[in-house]
Design a protein around this ligand. Structure first.
Ligand code: PLP
Length: 419
């Protein structure tokens, strides 16, 4: 079975949009994906028919209860969480990480150590650095090997000791695409009794996630990166979530997940999340249980994106003056997500982004909040990178269009140099 991209694209009305006769080409997916019509409909339906607070005896409230329950079940399926009670919704990954970091802080003492990484988005670095500042903890960093674009696992092993309480690391880099070996990190960390907090924001759109086989203790992600609405989701082991001191109001439930879902939640976005998960599952048919279909669908997505990413990288690397910052060897591509960052000699990344925009190709330049890897690569003060991120609705034609414009930019730069 293969993905039928033509059919898939019909689900996304945004993909059919044109501006001044040019179709929109979305390569800004790592910053947020487009959503299928079913997600838009689910959000609208919630606001039309279920716009009420929870727990009431009347129909709109009963419908809202149902939406909230379904969203927890959907995310439990997507992440293979043992229980929907372990799924916590929140505003976004950043807010959830700040929240859980404060709750975890209640179990830490001055001198305890937290390990973060040089490959991570700032949302998995600064919340821990601020916690460390407040509680006099020690923060250590796993080194990014700037030749292989992977974490230095041996140096990580050396960082671990009896004072290590927490390892905070991304599953996949939103800048370089590198996929980290989370099971290896968890095994090593757990030997010292440390917990592992995984930022899954960049992996969930591309990989079948199974929190149980990853072996981590927490995983956070953002549905707006996987075809859903703007929201955040945290998964945590039940016993752990129950043991933490939740910053909650007195009348709020003391049980999971309510003790961490502060205030009134975004029910319409939850309806959208369920629809996004159902959309993903639908890519693998209709007959089997949703978890099984999600596994199959994400396998199909991975295979499709892998081929497209390979073609993209092969064509980028032969453009004069262009350097890809990330894994490029064909044999190593299974260790990366299809997010590719590059620089071009003599051309500022923001200039490339503007020229692409003039051609209705959407992509971001800069550090994309991945401050640590940008710093490690020495690119922070020179405008960062130009980042293009593929998802399963992108096509070979999207790649062709990108390469055409980049070749023109490169040719103009060559002309300028030889003038
Ligand atoms: C890898 C990664 N982690 C964390 C975040 C922050 O997510 P949110 O916007 O949900 O706070 C992002 C957003 O770009 C990201 O790409």
């Amino acid at each position: 079975m293969q993905l039928d991209t033509t059919q898939i694209r019909k689900h996304f009305s945004a993909l059919a949009l044109h501006d001044d006769g040019r179709r929109r080409i979305y390569l800004d997916n790592p910053a947020g994906t487009q959503v299928p019509e079913s997600v838009i409909d689910a959000i609208g339906d919630c606001l039309r028919h279920a716009n009420a607070n929870l727990g009431g005896p009347f129909n709109s409230s009963i419908a809202a209860d149902d939406i909230v329950k379904s969203a927890h079940l959907a995310m439990a399926d997507l992440l293979n969480a043992p229980s929907p009670a372990e799924i916590v919704f929140g505003a976004n990954m950043t807010s959830l990480t700040f929240q859980i970091s404060r709750a975890l802080g209640g179990q830490l003492n001055p001198g305890d150590e937290i390990i973060v990484s040089e490959l991570d988005h700032d949302a998995n670095v600064t919340p821990w650095a601020l916690l460390a500042r407040d509680l006099e903890l020690v923060v250590k960093k796993i080194r990014l090997d700037t030749d292989s674009f992977t974490l230095d696992y041996e140096q990580f092993d050396d960082l671990l000791n009896d004072r290590t309480r927490l390892v905070c690391v991304g599953h996949a880099s939103n800048l370089l695409g590198t996929i980290n070996d989370i099971p290896r990190i968890c095994t090593a960390a757990h030997k010292y009794g440390a917990l592992v907090f995984v930022d899954g924001v960049h992996s969930v759109p591309h990989l079948s996630i199974d929190v149980q086989s990853l072996g981590c203790d927490f995983l956070v992600c953002s549905p707006y990166k996987f075809f859903g609405p703007h929201q955040g989701v945290l998964w945590g082991r039940k016993a752990l979530l129950e043991s933490l001191d939740a910053y909650k109001l007195v009348p709020a439930p003391d049980t999971l997940p309510g003790r961490f879902e502060t205030g009134t939640q975004n029910h319409e976005a939850m309806a959208g999340v369920t629809a996004a998960v159902d959309y993903l599952a639908s890519l693998a048919g209709e007959s089997e249980p949703r978890r099984k279909r999600l596994e199959q669908a994400l396998e199909l997505i991975r295979e499709y994106e892998h081929q497209l990413c390979r073609a993209l990288i092969e064509r980028l690397t032969v453009i004069e003056g262009l350097t890809v910052h990330g894994i490029t060897a064909a044999s190593e591509l299974s260790h990366r997500a299809p997010t590719v960052s590059f620089t071009m000699r003599g051309v500022h990344p923001a200039t490339i982004a503007k020229t692409l925009a003039q051609n209705n190709i959407f992509a971001w330049s800069g550090h994309s909040y991945a401050v640590e890897p940008c710093k490690a690569l020495g690119l922070l003060d020179s405008g960062g990178v130009l980042r293009v991120g593929l998802v399963h609705y992108n096509t070979a034609e999207d790649v062709d269009a990108l390469i055409d414009v980049l070749q023109q930019i490169a040719a103009e730069e060559q002309d300028r140099l030889s003038a």
